[in-house]
Design a protein. Structure first.
Length: 491
């Protein structure tokens, strides 16, 4: 971000001290007026993190400012002389949006844009091809990194290993086997990790004047003792400030939380696939903002199809490198609310996950006698050997069978009533003596329910709630009228 006026920047020296650097800047003859900003100019300001309140100050554009001025010029430049409704930047954004919406190939996009350029005004500013169109809008987004990884999750082809062709642990090939008919084709990796750098996203929180003020909320809004409405009110936060007082002196330093969990992106009936997103959020923000989608940063997408399990630390290497850089050295960041630069540091405070994911991230085995890392040996744990003497599934037909004389112990799993499915048990024919004690579990349709959602017959494993329809009638107190007092008449 461009620097304005006289600013002070903090620099870390080799001995760990901090020096203040005064940065004075000269002025230039460029002035920008923003009284009439359309939504595309707003997009440029939001992407570049530019502060509109001090744009009247004259300054020479540095590298980052030059990129901003180029985007701003594109947002203000009409597509051709006399065109008032469309600018160069808005046209590029609309064309890329149509390409994504209709799944256009790059060749098709180039042909369409070539025809538009020929049919429009001779002095039009329509980009010539797809590459030029992306160059106009590349400054609006944030970068992403694609890192090849071993098919078994042993290593990343990253840093000093970026040029390796095989895994140095399992010797598996990095790339897919090429077809003999495609000699000039590019190498295609067998597995790829998508990483979205964290530092630019944290810097954007301070580059935007709207969010820079909120990043100091935890320091400026002190609560009375005994009131817990934010993580900064807890003992863990205060203990961290006591252990690392230099970090706590700068309220703009960022406290982070990390969340990781797996999910299946496809249908449950499809081939099992486990994908693991890793999300980082900032706890500097107020309680109503820290868990909102704009402030939850997706940093990693760990590919499947299998769960990373104990090798999740391999995939976390790029994120760990950035977190170490933010903790040890920090990065120079422009604070739009204070109008000066500072060295931003960050600390990972907590992780949010379920127990299996906790085991993967921490390395603690959450199974066995010492499953809980807090209770340790004080937790009551009993070892249970699972046997298939009471229930089994036919290998060929996938039929569930239960033994009718089986006595189930208290260790057998249970289900909640809302997940139960109505079934009946059918015995085998008498001539099959080896299955005389076994019953076949057959799923039946609950009474009073019309269910057309399931087309695949699966034996009692469908976890759906089947609510039966109950018809209630008025209760009948008696079957005859009450006695009526009256005069008897002889017939």
């Amino acid at each position: 971000m461009p620097w304005r006026g006289n600013h002070s920047q903090t620099r870390h020296t080799n001995n760990g001290s901090h020096d203040d650097i005064d940065m004075a800047e000269s002025s230039s003859s460029q002035q920008w007026h923003y009284q009439h900003l359309d939504r595309y100019q707003d997009m440029v300001f939001d992407a570049a993190g530019f502060n509109r309140e001090h744009q009247n100050e004259e300054e020479p554009p540095n590298m980052e400012a030059a990129k901003f001025f180029d985007m701003l010029n594109s947002a203000q430049q009409p597509l051709w002389p006399g065109c008032e409704n469309t600018t160069e930047l808005s046209a590029a954004i609309k064309m890329l949006s149509l390409k994504a919406k209709h799944n256009m190939s790059q060749a098709c996009f180039d042909d369409v844009i070539k025809f538009m350029k020929e049919a429009s005004h001779p002095e039009n500013l329509i980009p010539s091809n797809f590459r030029e169109t992306k160059k106009l809008t590349v400054g609006l987004g944030l970068s992403k990194v694609k890192i090849d990884c071993c098919i078994g999750g042993c290593m990343l082809y990253y840093k000093e290993d970026i040029n390796l062709k095989e895994c140095k642990f399992c010797n598996d090939s990095r790339y897919k086997t090429r077809c003999l008919s495609r000699k000039n084709s590019k190498d295609v990796p067998r597995k790829r990790l998508h990483y979205l750098p964290l530092i630019p996203r944290l810097q954007r929180l301070y580059a935007s004047a709207r969010s820079a003020e909120h990043m100091k909320w935890h320091y400026e809004n002190q609560r009375e003792n005994g009131v817990l409405c934010h993580p900064s009110d807890g003992k863990a936060w205060k203990h961290f400030d006591q252990v690392y007082p230099q970090f706590a002196l700068e309220p703009r330093n960022v406290r982070l939380g990390l969340c990781a969990d797996g999910f299946t992106p496809f249908n449950q009936s499809a081939t099992p696939y486990s994908c693991w997103p890793v999300i980082v959020t900032s706890y500097n923000l107020p309680p109503e903002l820290c868990m909102m989608t704009p402030y939850m940063f997706l940093t990693l997408i760990i590919p499947g199809p299998d769960s990373p399990k104990g090798k999740i630390d391999v995939y976390l290497q790029p994120l760990i490198d950035e977190l170490q850089q933010l903790w040890n050295y920090g990065v120079v960041t422009y604070d739009a609310s204070k109008k000066h630069n500072f060295r931003m540091r960050a600390a990972l405070m907590w992780t949010i996950n379920d127990f299996p994911a906790y085991a993967m991230l921490s390395g603690w085995s959450t199974a066995g006698r010492l499953a809980c890392p807090i209770c340790m040996k004080n937790s009551k744990a009993k070892q249970h050997t699972i046997v298939d003497r009471g229930m089994r599934i036919h290998n060929q037909y996938k039929i569930v069978e239960v033994r009718k004389g089986r006595k189930y112990s208290k260790f057998d799993p249970f289900i909640f009533p809302k997940t139960a499915t109505q079934v009946y048990y059918s015995p085998y024919p008498g001539r099959q003596r080896n299955k005389v004690d076994w019953l076949v579990v057959m799923k039946t349709k609950p009474r009073g329910v019309v269910d057309d959602r399931h087309t695949l017959e699966v034996a009692f494993q469908v976890q759906e709630s089947q609510a039966t329809t109950t018809i209630e009638d008025d209760p009948i107190d008696h079957l005859q009228d009450d006695e009526i007092d009256g005069e008897e008449v002889s017939l």
